[in-house]
Structures are given as structure tokens and as C-alpha cells.
Design a protein around this ligand. Sequence first.
Ligand SMILES: Nc1ncnc2c1ncn2[C@@H]1O[C@H](COP(=O)(O)OP(=O)(O)O)[C@@H](O)[C@H]1O
Ligand SMILES: [Mg+2]
Length: 365
Amino acid sequence: MAVIEVEGLWKIYGDDPKAARRLAKEDGLSKAEVKEETGSVIAVNDASFEVGEQEIFVVMGLSGSGKSTLLRCVNRLIEPTFGEVYVGGEEVTAFDEEQLRNIRRSKMSMVFQNFGLFPHRTVLGNVEYGLEVAGRERDERREKARRSLVTVGLEGYEDSMPNELSGGMQQRVGLARALVNDPEILLMDEAFSALDPLIREEMQNELLDLQEQWDPACTILFITHDLDEALKMGDRIAIMKDGRLAQVGTPTEILTDPADDYVRSFVQNVDRTKIIPARSVMRDLQDDESNESTDEWPTVSPHTPIAELLPILLDTDGPIAVRDESDQLRGVISRKAVMKEVMRNAGVNGEREESAEPVQVEAAK
Ligand SMILES: Nc1ncnc2c1ncn2[C@@H]1O[C@H](COP(=O)(O)OP(=O)(O)O)[C@@H](O)[C@H]1O
Ligand SMILES: [Mg+2]
């Protein structure tokens, strides 16, 4: 079942949203044309999508395309103009204030780009804040906040002030704060965009690992303007342009079958083998393969990019095992699956004609 369902969602800034919607929807005017004609800004244009349980769903688009607005319509930090949002089957767009407060406290947490920490509270004070406003006992708050800090690797920093920490560490605090009440849904708005590239990559990997380990895993709605990040993090990606979802699909679908010229121009220079993760080409262990035999196989993590499997294949004839952080077998990758991806990336057609003459190779003298 879908954890988040968004149906026909619009956010229009302006005096006459119905007129603006009609111009966009029925007369096919662009965002810029509607703005020029009516003065209204269509921030989100008829967005519909579902996010499955434990999925990482990424919304990717250029600045101003409507990503933050869309995300904030989900927890109603921004009020949608038209359309419905359901979370866990409940219509959030029909909630009153009290219900909204409850769902934000118990089910959905948000991580912001600029960390959004209270500067005068300690790290621990920041993390326990949500539990405090929810009226939890001090001991319980502290205990949960401490545990959450351990999860994000900040044990020992409880009494530090935010400005004593690096950007990466501050965002770890932001993440710990979001995780403190065991949310079912994490809303992350460009959460890693302000970080230096290396720290950013580290955080991406940790989030992926964490999400695999959480039990039950969180569902994540993840916003980014960075295509590489989208392709790396997303189980599925929505590409957003001028408030519209131009395409929703898996990273592999987006890369191999772009829905229109806009998406095509976006992805044309991507080296897929550096992006497409091991998990997207793995298969289940087959009946004739015993679980023990996989112990002998080389092992990679689910998010190792295909390109990094190539040197491993130099040293093995057999398949590669895919294991998560807790050493659980997640799947198996055959040589052939890797080669297919590499060929596809190089634009080599894998179909060989039946009638083709055998290729004669002259022996070099
Ligand atoms: N309060 C507002 N009034 C008018 N237009 C707005 C307002 N907030 C956002 N917008 C417009 O909505 C569009 C989407 O903005 P936003 O969701 O912030 O984009 P993104 O997060 O993708 O950068 C932009 O064109 C922006 O200018
Ligand atoms: Mg934004």
C-alpha cells in the first residue's frame, strides 16, 4: 500500500487560482504564459504520485521548479490550492490543526537544507525538542535523544552547541532530531545540498545504510536539484519542471527511457555505470545456488555503482553477492548483467543477428 498518495495537487499563488488552473490545464498555457496573463504563479501543476512503503522517492528539478512547495504540501506547511494528499490512507488535506500537529509529531519528520537548529540549545537540546513539545518526560526524552545521536554517529557531542560543529555534523543533528520519534516518513528538502562534496557523499551513503537497517524502514521523500544525487538515492525519481512532474520512474528507467526532450537533455551526459547501483541489476538467489556458496563470492554493497564491479569481475568468473550493512544477502549479480549495463551505456546494441557470418579474426603474425 502507498504510504503517501498525492492526487491532482496544485499550488497557485495569485488572486484567481481557478482561472490560472484553467489556462494551464485546458488551454495548455505554460507557467510563464499564465504568469504573464494573470500574474499568478503556478508553483505545483497537477502533481500525482504515490510513494510506497520503505521507498526512497526523489523529486529532482532545477531551482524554482516547485520541489519545496510540493514537499511542504505533503505535511501542509504549505496549504495546497487544489488536490488531495493521503498519508497512510488518511486524507491529510482534510485534517484540522490538531490532527496536523499529531501527524507531524508522530509520523512525519522533516530535515531542512539549512539544518534549522536552535543556536542556543545544545545538540541534545535540539534533538529532544520535538519530544519536549509533545510533552514527554525528561528522562524518556534524554534517553531517546541520546540513542538518536548514536544512530547518526554523534555520540559524545550531546553538550556541544551547534556553532561548534561543522556543517556535516550540524546536519547529523538535524537528522537525529528528525529520527528521534521513530517517524514512518522522512521529508528531506535538499538536506545535503549545503554540504561539501565529500561530506555529502558520506551522508548519502549513511542515509542509505541507515534506511536499510531501520526496522521497519522509513519511507523517504527526498528533494534535490542534483541529478547524480537523485540517481544515487532514489528507488524512484520524479523529474519536475515548471511545477509539473515530467517523468516518474526508477533511475534506470529515467536514464534508459526518458519521457520527453527535457528529461533526455537532462540525462544525456550521464555515465550510467557510475550511477546505476548494484541493487538495480541484482536478482534473487536461484534454487540451484546454495546460500553457503555465496560465502565464497566477492561481495559488494547494494549501492556500489556498476563501474566498480568491473575490476571485481577481472578476478572472478562467478557471480557477485550483494550484502547490506548487516551482512544480509540482498541479491546476486551475474557477469552478464554487468556486461549488459556496460554495453548499454556505451550504446552497443546487445542483439546479435542470427544470420550473421562468424567473425573472422586474422591471427597476428
Ligand atoms: N509565496 C510565494 N509567492 C509567489 N510565488 C512563490 C511563493 N513561494 C514560491 N513561489 C514560486 O513557486 C515556484 C516554486 O518554488 P519552490 O517550490 O521554492 O521551488 P524549488 O524548491 O524547486 O526551488 C517558484 O516559481 C517560486 O518563485
Ligand atoms: Mg527548494
